[in-house]
Design a protein around this ligand. Structure first.
Ligand SMILES: Cc1cc2nc3c(=O)[nH]c(=O)nc-3n(C[C@H](O)[C@H](O)[C@H](O)COP(=O)(O)OP(=O)(O)OC[C@H]3O[C@@H](n4cnc5c(N)ncnc54)[C@H](O)[C@@H]3O)c2cc1C
Length: 377
């Protein structure tokens, strides 16, 4: 058993760290933006890392997006900029349903532009009145004449207003769930801003008012939309764990640098018992979460839907860990941990949404427990 990343992942990690370094000087500014920061997008495009999100035949790198490669990249990017991490992640989250369910023509139209990050992608599941309870969505897709008509609204959509297309979950007239591909410039699509959140994010409220779509706008079979949702989660939920590990590692490094140099009671803070214990606990918990994350991501490479509970465990463990670790790091830095827009304060705010999106912790626990009780003989 080898716990080290193979050379191809180390190569990708190196490229991701290089990109993070290029963006570092504008990271604080970009992370306050709720619209796309042009220099960060330009750097992402130049890095060509979005190619990881698309199959090789459409301008990507591998046969299929590789969850472990995506995790390793998100770990490196999130340590520097949440804005950069989100732009990268959304290229996969918003396009995966096209990769696995799209027609030849849908793939050819969109995936090469996703790979080059010329077209930004978005996934619309959440609605103003429903989040975790996805089956309660009311956005409708109705067959009409030769085509389809989409009505409804999606809420808190990452890349809302910036995306070139939306992959949207809707209910059809038979009460089944379907995914449809909606170009952002289709007549009847409009976007208004989502309220600003504690860790700013490119978010929009996307409304569909009698949007006319061709009959072949479905992704996969009509009525099989939930399969595409679970397929997407299988690959990308674990990547939130990767980003959480990166965030926690960055917070710990801030705390180490501070407590190593600041003295109190005649010694560096890092040598005072309770502070040393907090440092050790943080490091230990990060290593635990990283191992679980890499393992779940490796499993998802072979069978994303079948190993979703492992991705859920990794996301649960890593996002909860990031919350604990960054909170302790602020504590270790005393008043200096509270300075608005300092790196540690930014990380503190950015850790919070991770326990809510792509499966809130409570929802993940329900799924994990369901799998446990189903499988124990
Ligand atoms: C930064 C950010 C980006 C986002 N981007 C997107 C995006 O791109 N696309 C998209 O579709 N959505 C997006 N979302 C929305 C996100 O997916 C939802 O916030 C998430 O699904 C939770 O839904 P909710 O916020 O409505 O919470 P609710 O579902 O209302 O849940 C509220 C609380 O109740 C708990 N709860 C709910 N049901 C149960 C239950 N059965 N048992 C136990 N506890 C329960 C939850 O765990 C949570 O703690 C984004 C959110 C954020 C914060």
């Amino acid at each position: 058993m080898n716990f080290e990343l193979e050379p191809r992942y180390l190569e990708i990690q190196g490229r991701a760290r290089e990109l993070a370094q290029q963006v570092e000087s504008v990271a604080a500014e970009a992370d306050e933006c709720n619209t796309v920061h042009p220099a960060v997008l330009e750097a992402l495009r130049a890095s060509r890392l979005s190619e990881l999100m698309v199959p090789a035949e459409y301008g990507g790198r591998d046969k299929r997006p590789d969850p472990l490669a995506i995790c390793v990249v998100r770990e490196a990017l999130m340590a520097t900029s949440a804005h950069l991490d989100s732009l990268f992640a959304l290229q996969g989250i918003g396009s995966y349903a096209i990769t696995v369910g799209g027609s030849q023509s849908q793939r050819e139209t969109w995936l090469p532009r996703v790979a080059s990050a010329d077209a930004l992608a978005a996934l619309g599941l959440t609605e103003p009145d429903t989040g975790s309870d996805l089956k309660a969505i009311t956005t409708s897709i109705i067959e009409s004449g030769d085509g389809l008509v989409l009505n409804g609204a999606k809420s808190w959509i990452s890349n809302g207003g910036a995306a070139a297309f939306y992959v949207v979950l809707a209910k059809d007239q038979h009460d089944s769930f379907s995914m449809v591909l909606v170009p952002a410039d289709a007549p009847g699509v409009s976007v208004t801003p989502t309220p600003q959140i504690i860790a700013p994010h490119v978010l929009g409220e996307v409304a569909f008012d009698n949007v006319q779509l061709p009959a072949d706008a479905f992704l996969g079979e009509a009525g099989c939309g939930m399969d595409l949702v679970f397929g997407t989660l299988g690959v990308f939920r674990v990547s939130v764990a990767g980003a959480s590990v990166g965030l926690a590692q960055a917070a710990l490094e801030e705390a180490v640098r501070h407590t190593r140099t600041r003295e109190g009671f005649g010694r560096p803070l890092a040598k005072l018992g309770p502070v040393a214990q907090m440092l050790a606990d943080c490091w230990t918990e990060i290593e635990q979460a990283r191992l679980l994350t890499y393992r779940a991501a490796s499993m998802a490479r072979e069978d994303p839907a079948g190993t979703l509970h492992h991705s859920s465990m990794a996301k649960l463990a890593a996002s909860e860990m990031a919350g604990r670790v960054v909170d302790r790091c602020v504590q270790m830095m005393g008043r200096f941990g509270l300075i608005r827009d300092s790196k540690i304060e930014r990380l503190y705010r950015q850790a919070r949404p991770m326990r809510i999106y792509e499966g809130a912790s409570e929802i993940l626990r329900l799924g994990i427990a369901r799998e446990l009780t189903r499988t124990v003989p």
